[in-house]
Ligand binder design. Structure first.
Ligand code: DAU
Length: 359
């Protein structure tokens, strides 16, 4: 069994954070989503993993090279342009050979492991298995949607249908045997110009191959939008086992039991209520950090209140007189107070940024 992770594409819906960064590297509870995906495949005993990369390849390679502890063999497969999920499978054929494989979209976060499912497929004679999640009917049109047959197999798949035939969405975890290559090499481009994996799977079904569903009962987040990043962060923070590094300094502060504090972090004269995580070498001083907050590494927070937010590396948040909440702050960003007159908002915002000013 091999693994294939899709980390190409352009994260336009996460602008401005993804102008200069691969969306799969944005951290949830201080760990990039892509690393969480690799861990869940590895935990099923699959260590030969291909990663489809596009324009952001250098950044992805650099980030993963720093994590030898993952213990996997990574093969990078370059996709010149994001021509679709089936195109990604097609260009991975040399790497995958005749092995059965699990394909995982690099920006999905799922509750619990999928180890048992991967192992079960590895020893079965099914041609494909797809992970599905029941979603609200109003959300179903944002995804690939499937219709089940009476015998429990999958009868039909449609990509982002205007009128969904069911509420069962494809969550972006697919298992295949080598017959998928016949399919991806037979289909044409869809109306939106991509080679769709849904069309390739429909081709398998139409040729009589056996495609089975697995309905996932836990939560699942496709981290395509800022609100979804915050929601994924909430869920993962609730699940991680909190720990305080012996190499962190906590001075004159209250840090509750559901807080993780990483190496080199310093918490001084502050209150931190979990679930929350404070990253490596970050300094929190005279501040309140509330539940569902992830502060990444090398950040300085001074004289502020922050709740339900993600703050990325090297940023500074200082001297605010309102609470920062429901926010996603990018890398090396500054949120500061200016005491000089005139009293006005002064901004240096990137394209596609949003600021909400309280009444
Ligand atoms: O999130 C689940 C949905 O993912 C499924 O329900 C849909 O059936 C499936 O098509 C897909 O839809 P998205 O619109 O979310 O796909 P997106 O373009 O965001 O790409 C998903 C991941 O695959 C992302 O990490 C980028 C990567 N990718 C995408 C394309 C189109 C590639 O590596 N190469 C590509 O050509």
């Amino acid at each position: 069994m091999k693994g294939l992770i899709l980390s190409g594409g352009k994260g336009t819906r996460l602008y401005p954070l993804t102008y200069t960064r691969a969306k799969q590297l944005i951290p949830v509870a201080n760990k990039p989503v892509l690393v969480r995906v690799i861990e869940s495949i590895r935990d099923a005993g699959v260590t030969d993993i291909g990663i489809i990369v596009g324009d952001t390849a250098p950044e992805i390679k650099e980030a993963l090279a720093k994590r030898p502890e993952l213990g996997v063999n990574l093969t990078y497969i370059h996709q010149p342009s994001p021509d679709g999920l089936a195109h990604a499978v097609r260009i991975a054929q040399d790497f995958l050979g005749d092995d059965r494989f699990v394909m995982f979209l690099g920006d999905n976060v799922l509750q619990g492991g999928i180890s048992d499912l991967i192992r079960q497929f590895a020893s079965s004679d099914w041609n494909s298995q797809l992970v599905l999640k029941a979603v609200g009917m109003e959300r179903a049109s944002s995804y690939g949607v499937v219709e089940l047959a009476d015998d429990g197999r999958i009868r039909r798949l449609v990509e982002k249908p205007k009128i969904p035939p069911s509420n069962l969405a494809l969550v972006g975890i697919y298992m295949f045997d080598a017959h998928i290559f016949e399919a991806v090499n037979s289909i044409g481009r869809s109306a939106r110009g991509e080679y769709e994996i849904t069309d390739a799977i429909q081709w398998l079904i139409d040729k009589g191959y056996h495609v089975f569903p697995h309905i996932h009962e836990g939560w699942w987040i496709d981290t395509g939008e800022p609100e979804e990043m915050l929601t994924a962060n909430d869920f993962v923070l609730m699940e991680i086992e909190p720990s305080i590094s012996p190499e962190a300094d906590i001075i004159n502060s209250q840090v509750d039991a559901r807080v993780t504090v990483e190496r080199g972090a310093r918490i001084i004269d502050s209150v931190v209520r979990g679930p929350a995580i404070i990253g490596e070498n970050t300094v929190i001083e005279q501040s309140y950090i509330g539940p569902f907050t992830s502060v990444y590494y090398d950040v300085v927070v001074r004289n502020c209140e922050i709740e339900h937010s993600i703050i990325l590396e090297n940023s500074r948040v200082m001297d605010l007189d309102v609470r920062l909440q429901d926010s996603l702050i990018g890398r090396s960003a500054s949120v500061l107070r200016d005491h000089r007159k005139p009293r006005a908002l002064k901004m240096n915002l990137g394209d596609h940024s949003t600021v909400w000013i309280p009444d």
